[in-house]
Ligand binder design. Structure first.
Ligand code: PAF
Length: 321
């Protein structure tokens, strides 16, 4: 009998412990092996470790919960807890973030990371917080390059009339119109089929994404235009956030930092290894590209941001050394 009571007590304790454990879902657009998947896992592992197992989590990868815009909306209504998203659709929610999407603004990875990890990054995370979202940290997708199924691209003339999928981002669309392409905004989950069926001729994304998505199966040409840096925001749902203690919020911030560090390490690794892989898979890679004529044409697109916010933020970003 004594044993029976002890057994029941232990079972009750275990049930209590199990129900006390909380689990989050992290949505993102790529595979669990991608730089986003690696970042999502680092988030979960850090959160579990810091909370002594009280918090755990799982990934909703590969756009199973929709495109990035859908997932951001999911955060706002509380149907998702955390999202790792490019800034592609974020300007639709937080227009100040368009400053980060301007073409040919960041000189290199070191410049972009310093801006995002410094006071400008913090200011923009605070703007995110004002728009029914919680900005946890900046992470990274990488510099974007153009792929297509028609011909090698080395000059803006080569872009003329090319049907190019862009993100749902009005700065990017304006820049590609100014550079001579025909931009077609489209959510990422639709892209592979659109390329396969010839609905669009090409797309632009970092090496990380081109490798993770096996675009070599539907695209023959890669041009290392590096026309724009693609930041990533790690966002939480305000619905989740409002129920957390200060200590728990601290764990989430640390988890986001660990996620960004893991993702950036993966971006570094793939910048070289990825191009070699894409060549091996048969893509023709154009590396010798004079960026100046592209940049001169794309500069007009800055007005999408500057007409509303002026040039101050752009000058500040450029001044970061
Ligand atoms: O092209 C996009 O939409 C984004 O770069 C992607 C692939 C969803 C990653 O954030």
């Amino acid at each position: 009998m004594k044993h029976l009571f002890a057994g029941l007590a232990a079972a009750a304790l275990m049930a209590g412990a199990a129900s006390a454990q909380q689990s989050i879902t992290i949505g993102h657009s790529l595979s669990p092996e991608s730089h986003y998947g690696v970042g999502a896992q680092a988030f979960i592992d850090t959160l579990t470790e810091l909370s002594g197992g009280a918090w755990t989590g799982e990934q909703a990868p590969a756009g199973v919960l929709g495109g990035e815009r859908d997932m951001i909306e999911g955060l706002q209504i509380g149907s998702l807890d955390v999202v790792i998203t490019s800034t592609g659709p974020l300007g639709n929610f937080v227009p100040e973030v368009y400053a980060l999407d301007l073409p040919f603004l960041f000189r290199d990875y070191a410049h972009a990371r310093k801006v995002l990890d410094g006071e400008i990054g913090d200011e923009l995370l605070a703007k995110i917080d004002e728009n029914n979202l919680v900005g946890l940290a900046w992470s990274e997708n990488g510099f974007r390059h153009i792929t297509n199924s028609r011909h090698a691209i080395a000059t803006p003339e080569d872009l003329q009339g090319l049907k190019l999928r862009t993100m749902e981002n009005k700065v990017h669309m304006a820049a590609f119109t100014d550079m001579g392409a025909s931009p077609t905004p489209m959510a990422f989950p639709e892209l592979f089929t659109a390329l396969q069926q010839g609905v669009v001729d090409g797309q632009e994304n970092p090496i990380t994404v081109i490798t993770a998505t096996k675009f070599w199966e539907v695209q023959d040409y890669l041009s290392l235009t590096g026309h724009v840096y693609s930041p990533v925001a790690i966002l939480a749902s305000p619905v989740l956030w409002d129920g957390l203690s200060d200590e728990e919020k601290g764990w989430f911030h640390e988890a986001a930092k660990a996620s960004a560090a893991a993702t950036r390490a993966e971006v570094n690794r793939l910048e070289d290894a990825g191009v070699a892989l894409l060549r091996e898979k048969g893509m023709t890679v154009t590396t010798d590209i004079d960026k100046a004529p592209f940049a001169a044409l794309a500069e007009k697109a800055y007005s999408v941001y500057t007409d509303q916010y002026g040039t101050e933020m752009i000058e500040r970003i450029k001044a970061v050394q």
